[in-house]
Write a protein that binds this ligand. Structure first.
Ligand code: HAM
Length: 412
């Protein structure tokens, strides 16, 4: 788990801005959900035979003897909220986004954290292939706005549940003679959930399944047409993608389109974001049948990629003013002046460390203050003080009783 220290905060703020700005451009509305939910919500939606449910959830029993789990992902919570608040009655079509902490008990490594932050979107209500492409676009446009250039979009279709019944039989037949060579997880899961074998990242499993039959070759006519439309829209928009027949994703709720954006810059954990369509989830969670598509993306991983690509972080608002205080008596006056300036929208930092004037000036430069107002005994007596512009070195005298005047001078 990671702390975000003051020096890391500007990049987080910048990425947060890029996300919210993209959501505004695409008209997605924010939703917030609780940090923990009933465990059954996640086991039902993500699927029992998945890494997340089998190994990674932070689950505890609460005082009411209920099994609760810290959110390992956001889709289940958003769909739960959509059903619980009967959102379909207000608007059958909801375009939602979230920025939320997620918890997965995984072996930590570069780009993989037990607490991480995902931003994600869930577009609930449309079955159009254009919707799949719009959510892909939201991810790609956010990455672009954040300044990233080096990533690749992988796309596949895993068909509808009927397609998968047939495909699973074919897959089990294919895997059976190879079963001894697969990893223990795949050996255990292969009957229950053979698709998981395709998502396994272990070398022995990838090597052993090099000529595996692909989901894309076993789609019904509707799913094949849907996937063709997805590709047509991507091409019309000039969004580059790579067809990746092995891509099935690690959660069970997907139907039809699945996608992932990967980057070679983050290390072994190369997925910057992933998602797809999940047309059966609302019904599985007790709601009306409702088609939906979405994705989520790990913000820590995007920040690692931004650092590797040397993206320039634009600090949106530098500190306006450092109030340099000399002596205890001046402190009360400095606090009063700063209070009045802050009410007028000026950002102020007061030195609380009893530093010398020289050290306070050094500090002002270090924290990027634009101007410094110096208040000491003399200024208390005369009611006038020097306002120094740290960029030009220019000094102006201002009246301490007129914060309106100081505000104007600071803004200049
Ligand atoms: P996911 O692929 O499990 O999908 O996670 C989405 C993204 O979260 C990953 O691509 C990765 O960037 C980030 N991520 C996952 N685990 C970690 C970790 N331990 N440390 C750092 N980053 C991580 C989902 O969660 C689905 N809910 C996505 C979705 C939304 N599908 C449809 N709608």
């Amino acid at each position: 788990m990671k702390d975000v220290l003051p020096e890391d905060a500007p990049s987080w703020r910048y990425l947060d801005w890029c996300i919210r700005e993209t959501m505004r451009r695409f008209d997605y509305k924010e939703i917030q959900f609780p940090t923990f939910e009933e465990t059954a919500l996640f086991t039902r939606s993500i699927g029992k035979a998945t890494d997340i449910v089998e190994k990674q959830m932070y689950t505890f029993t609460d005082a009411g003897k209920r099994s609760m789990t810290l959110t390992p992902e956001g889709t289940a919570s958003v769909v739960r909220a959509y059903i619980e608040h009967a959102m379909a009655r207000k608007t059958p079509y909801a375009k939602l986004f979230y920025i939320a902490r997620m918890y997965r008990q995984e072996a930590p490594q570069a780009g993989r954290f037990r607490q991480h932050t995902q931003f994600g979107v869930e577009a609930i209500g449309s079955e159009s292939a254009a919707q799949d492409v719009e959510v892909i676009q939201v991810l790609v446009e956010t990455l672009k706005l954040a300044g990233l250039e080096s990533y690749e979009l992988l796309v596949n279709s895993i068909g509808c549940s009927e397609d998968r019944v047939g495909y699973k039989k074919i897959l089990i037949e294919y895997l059976e003679p190879r079963i001894e060579k697969l990893c223990p997880d795949c050996r255990r899961r292969f009957r229950l959930n053979p698709l998981r074998v395709l998502d396994c990242k272990k070398e022995e499993c990838i090597g052993e399944t090099g000529d595996v039959p692909f989901t894309g070759d076993h789609l019904c006519a509707e799913c094949a047409a849907h996937f063709d439309s997805v590709k047509t829209y991507l091409e019309a928009l000039g969004v580059d993608y790579r067809l990746t027949p092995r891509l099935v994703r690690g959660l069970d709720y997907y139907t039809r389109t699945v996608f992932e954006v990967v980057s070679g810059l983050v290390g072994a954990q190369d997925s910057l974001g992933g998602g797809g369509r999940y047309d059966n989830l609302a019904e599985e969670l007790g709601g009306e049948p409702t088609p939906a598509a979405g994705f989520a993306s790990g913000m820590e991983r995007i920040l690692i990629a931004m650092e590797k690509e040397k993206v320039e972080i634009k600090e949106s608002a530098p500190l306006d003013l450092l109030v340099a205080v000399l002596g205890d008596e001046a402190m009360a006056e400095a606090m009063k002046v700063a209070r009045s300036l802050r009410e007028k929208g000026v950002s102020c930092h007061i030195d609380m460390m009893g530093r010398t004037l020289k050290a306070q000036m050094r500090q002002a430069n270090k924290i990027g203050a634009r101007k410094v107002l110096i208040i000491g005994e003399n200024e208390l007596k005369t009611g006038r003080a020097q306002l120094k512009n740290l960029g030009s070195g220019e000094q102006t005298e201002v009246s301490l009783s007129s914060t309106g005047e100081i505000q104007k001078e600071v803004a200049r």
